[in-house]
Design a protein around this ligand. Sequence first.
Ligand SMILES: *Cc1c(COP(=O)(O)O)cnc(C)c1O
Length: 335
Amino acid sequence: MQLARFPRIRLGHGPTPLEPMDRLRARLGGGPRLLVKRDDCTGLATGGNKTRKLEFLMGAAKAAGADIVVTQGAVQSNHVRQTAAAAARCGLRCEALLERRVATEDAEYADNGNVLLDRLFDARLHLRPGGGDMNAAARAHADALRSAGARPYFIPGGGSNPTGALGYVDCALELAVQASREGVAIDWIVHATGSTGTQAGLIAGLHGISSDIKVLGVSVRQPRERQEAAVHALACETAELLGLHTPPPREAVRVIDTQVGGGYGVPTAAMVEAVETTARDEGLLLDPVYSGKGMAGLFACVREGFFAADETVVFLHTGGSAALFAYRHLLAEVA
Ligand SMILES: *Cc1c(COP(=O)(O)O)cnc(C)c1O
């Protein structure tokens, strides 16, 4: 397993820190040791988990001789914001389809947060109604650009294909080295899971080094069975791309769906509690769509005794705080 075989463009500030969350642990009444892996500090337009994926995706785009990257996401997509920044850095144009996946007429949702930054990076944005096959629509958009003489490179939503997932294979390796250097034995990694590339990459990477660290994904969009199946499928494809001799076992994929609430991007009381508590106890910014629900899942698991008291749990902070500014009104409605 050699990541150096894949084209890559350095965009991030790694390795990201691994820090204690002792005040949060005390707040939750003790229980497992809690650490946070600061992938909100990866750099690139306020950071987040898409930076690692984009290092390999932009590497592939450049290797393919592309002049435009085409991608898609929800209106307040962190992935689109980071792709727009990566494209700017690499001297490529970025075209993005934005899906109205969250039912709101709020002007801040439409124009602030990630959208404000997309425009600053000069991405061309195309709004679409909610509910369609957005990857198919983005591919069709790329095909139309190709017919017009451009050289587009298609990046799926969330950057979640085997190439993008290599970014989280890299994170698994980074975390394993960091933990052994710092003398920390990690039992669990907990994080928000959406388009699946983060969890799939972690699982493929941990499998590749025969690590016994377990990964728990907190679904932000769909029921457990469907999310686990999608994560496993991508983890297997990623393992194949890496040339691993065996696919990761199905049992290695663990997802909980207790934090989805009203669906993707719809605030929940548990998410608001997690965002506020983490800010007040640790000085950390989460986001309403992903890391807030991910942390709410961690809170719930600690409270119900899911982890043993002598275990060590790492919350993988996937970023997303730029969306907070677009959710001012939506957050106030639940709080
Ligand atoms: C995209 C994203 C996730 C989910 O990662 P996937 O690889 O899509 O599952 C989690 N947190 C934040 C902040 C994100 O932007």
